[in-house]
Design a protein around this ligand. Sequence first.
Ligand SMILES: NC(=O)c1ccc[n+]([C@@H]2O[C@H](COP(=O)([O-])OP(=O)(O)OC[C@H]3O[C@@H](n4cnc5c(N)ncnc54)[C@H](OP(=O)(O)O)[C@@H]3O)[C@@H](O)[C@H]2O)c1
Length: 200
Amino acid sequence: MKIVVVGATGTIGKAVVGKLTDAGHTIVTASRKGADVTLDMTSPESIRAMYEELGHIDALVVAAGAAYFGPLETMTPEQNQQSIDGKLKGQMNLVLLGLDYVNDGGSFTLVTGIMMDDPIKQGASAAMVNGGIRAFVKSAAIEMPRGIRINSVSPNVLEESWEKYKDFFVGFNPVPAEKVAQAFVKSVSGGQTGQNYEVY
Ligand SMILES: NC(=O)c1ccc[n+]([C@@H]2O[C@H](COP(=O)([O-])OP(=O)(O)OC[C@H]3O[C@@H](n4cnc5c(N)ncnc54)[C@H](OP(=O)(O)O)[C@@H]3O)[C@@H](O)[C@H]2O)c1
C-alpha cells in the first residue's frame, strides 16, 4: 500500500513509519521540514498541494497536530485557537480534502490522546480537540464513501516523551512508542472503522 504518514519525523511518526515499512508498505513522509512532501497541516492550501502532488494513495496516517497546554484561568481565546487550527481542523481538513485521493477500501488514521479520558492540569484545550477528533471519526465513519475506513489512535504519554512531560503526568504509566505504532498498523491493515484505539 502507498501510505502517507503526516508527522513521520516525530516520536510517534518514526515508530509508525518503522512498523509500516517492516510490513512492506511504501511510505511517503509529510511534514513541514525534512520529509518527502512538505506539508503544513494548518493550511488548507498546503494540504491541497500535497494531495495534488501525490495523486492517489491507499492510506493517510496522522502522527502530528499541535495543541495548546496552559492553565485554564489564564487561557486566551487565541491560545485555544492554536489547538483548533492545529490538531482539530488540521486533521479534519486532511480527511475532507483527501477523500477524493484515497483509493476504494483505503483508510484514514488520526491521533487523539489520553487527556480527554484522564484529565491533567493545563490540558483542557488539548483534551477538547482530542474529544473533537474522536467524535468526528465516529460520526464520519458512517458516511465514508467507497469502503474507506477512518479510525483514531489515543496514546497514553509515551516513554520516549516522559522526561519532557512527566511533571504533567504524575502517576501515569507511560507506554512505548512501539505499542502506539502497533495500533496505527491495526487501523491501517485491519477491517474496523469508527474506532478510537486506546493505548493506555
Ligand atoms: N508524545 C506523547 O507522549 C503523546 C501522547 C499522546 C498523544 N500525542 C499526540 O501525538 C501527536 C504526535 O506527537 P509526537 O510526540 O510524536 O510529536 P513530535 O515528536 O513533536 O512530532 C511532531 C511531528 O509532526 C510534524 N508537524 C508538526 N507540526 C506540523 C504541521 N503544522 N504540519 C505538518 N506536520 C507537522 C513534525 O515535523 P515538522 O516540525 O517538520 O513539521 C513532526 O514530524 C500529537 O498530536 C500529540 O498530541 C503524543
